[in-house]
Design a protein around this ligand. Sequence first.
Ligand code: ADQ
Length: 408
Amino acid sequence: MQNDRIIAFVMAGGQGSRLQPLTTGRSKPSVPFGSRYRIVDFVLSNLVNSQIQTIYLLVQYKSQSLIEHVRKAWTISPLLQNQFVTVVPPQMMAGEHWFQGTADAVNQNINLIEEHRPGLVAVFGADHIYRMDIRQMVDFHRERQADVTIAALPVPLHEASSFGVIVADETGRIQAFEEKPAQPTPMPVNPNMAFASMGNYIFNTDVLIKALHQTQQAGETDFGQHVLPRLLRTHRLFAYDFATNRIPGVQPYETQVYWRDVGNLDAYFEAHRDVLGAEPVFDVFNPEWPIYSSSYQGPVARVLGGQIENTLLGAATLVYPGARLRNSIIRREAVIEEDAVLDECIIMDYVRISRGARLRRVIVDRHNFIAPGDEIGFDRARDAERFHVSPGGVTVIPQGQVSYFARD
Ligand code: ADQ
């Protein structure tokens, strides 16, 4: 009989290359999202809210910003020794190489599993915006007497080649799993959709340890490509349907089952629309399922004048008279000067938009200074000479070098 302890590995070592230039100096889980979060805050909040509070965050690529964020925001309890988020960098535990893939990353830290002796191990990605009560997935795993459970949801067939695609029977038992197939199998109930893995797994500990051992012996490295297809031949794998997950406090106007893989700049930009409006598709304010982030100690925003419409204002932001803000997200310590105009913009921390500047569909990364009267987002070709323009036409200004920030 398994014991009830669960530990989690959160995989936060991916490069996020399709989010460039937002990932030039940080990993994807560390990319800011919404008015005050980092992408990683969503999975960590889901785990903590689900009472899974022994959490190892496996990092690798450009991890300093993530490490700082975890240090400032994620002290769960100074008293309870088994409740923590600990950052685990590659330590060459299994030879002279970094983490070669997701399975290799967990394999290199197998000693942590042996130390805690949990009944179950949760292996979750760090790259998505969603709320999920993981206890419901664990209950499903136990009821089905599964060896491994994969969280899954329908995605449009034309997007399914970027995912692990599952074929399951009506009890959820997985019959086929293929990682990023060229020709994804459609769902029997809806031929326009495929049942995609969310990259979140629950393993029985003994099954995981044995599988990782075999994977290593075979020189393989990845859960989706290697571990899951191999286990499917001999073990009971189930798909947990995310559509059945229920979170308390979700408003009637919200999409009940919200999950976004903000894998590229356009998807990232679009997901921000979902947190705006009187009735946001994804309302981050849910006291029954809090999304935690850093406890910034600065002042609230100050609005001296201007016109502000459907806009989130982060802490210590200053808006001057004559500024016009619409459908935008402004993070902390930004200054929007007189007569500046922002339309559908994401302005990250420590940015000054000087007087008279006009920006439309622009993401301004941290530490930037936009010159007086500058116009960005109106001429794609001209923007592309100075900045980065996404395929969907969003201009992105990479993280700046403004080190001293004068507030006048
Ligand atoms: P991908 O997201 O393409 O597919 P991957 O790049 O391995 O797979 O990333 C999975 C998670 O692991 C991410 O959170 C990433 O940051 C992290 N990661 C990647 N390499 C790592 C490493 N070397 N060390 C530590 N962490 C690492 C996966 C599954 C698919 C599934 C999609 C859902 O393989 O089956 O459909 O997620 O988005």
